[in-house]
Write a protein that binds this ligand. Sequence first.
Ligand code: SAM
Length: 257
Amino acid sequence: MKTIVTTAYRPNQKTDELAARVSEELAIPFVLRRKRSIERIHSDEQADVLVAAKERLEFYPVGKTEPFFFHPNSAAFRTKRPLDQDPLIEVSGLSEGDCLIDCTLGMASDAIVASQRVGGNGRVIGCEAHPTLAYVVSNGLRAYESMPHLTEAMKRIRVVASDAVEFLKTCDDRSADVVYMDPMFTEEISESSNFLPLRGTAEAGQLTEEWMAQAVRVSRKAVVLKAHFRSADFERYGFARRVRPNTKFHYGVISCR
Ligand SMILES: C[S@@+](CC[C@H](N)C(=O)[O-])C[C@H]1O[C@@H](n2cnc3c(N)ncnc32)[C@H](O)[C@@H]1O
């Protein structure tokens, strides 16, 4: 599906400039808003719509009237609790100074928690296969200022707009401490409501033998999977399941030490 960029309903110099920059950086057409609704633009342009709004970029895939925009989401409260107790940190064994590759960046909530954990001496690289989503999140991570305790952690995340398997193939053996995967759930669950505007838009592919082989090759400490508790991928790919009572998703770990 093609993507176009337009401005807010009432454009000003700032939104015009932002739209022009996005059009250039993503090499997508800039289309005048002309006070049209999002549905009208979807229908006129037959394209997903990026809106340069006053404070942020908003993404409206065709058929959606609720925008996707960057927000730290669960990272906001997860980083206010002791990080040792965060399930991702606990199962991955991620430490200060480590390198984590997040193969499925999405809204970057997990990547932000990981980045806070590894600190300035560590690295978090986030792969996102959907180019517009990668762009919105990458810009959001750099521009978001309402949570000062996360600003540095967000800015340090390197976003790679790529399929994870293709990116992993470019990495040396044992070059990251943790490789993390959180593919789209195949089941509908209410807990993933942050992601609702992206259902049907985000990359929905599931783990493959090739993805797993690359993840194990690149990782020094652990490969971690987050998936729905009914997912057969834990057993299919040899993950030790960490059951989390009363939650719809579980983590699985393959130790590479
Ligand atoms: C469930 S979301 C991840 C949510 C993320 N853990 C967070 O904290 O916001 C899955 C994301 O991974 C992306 N994705 C799925 N398969 C991918 C792949 N093979 N390579 C890169 N990104 C992928 C999807 O487009 C989607 O944005």
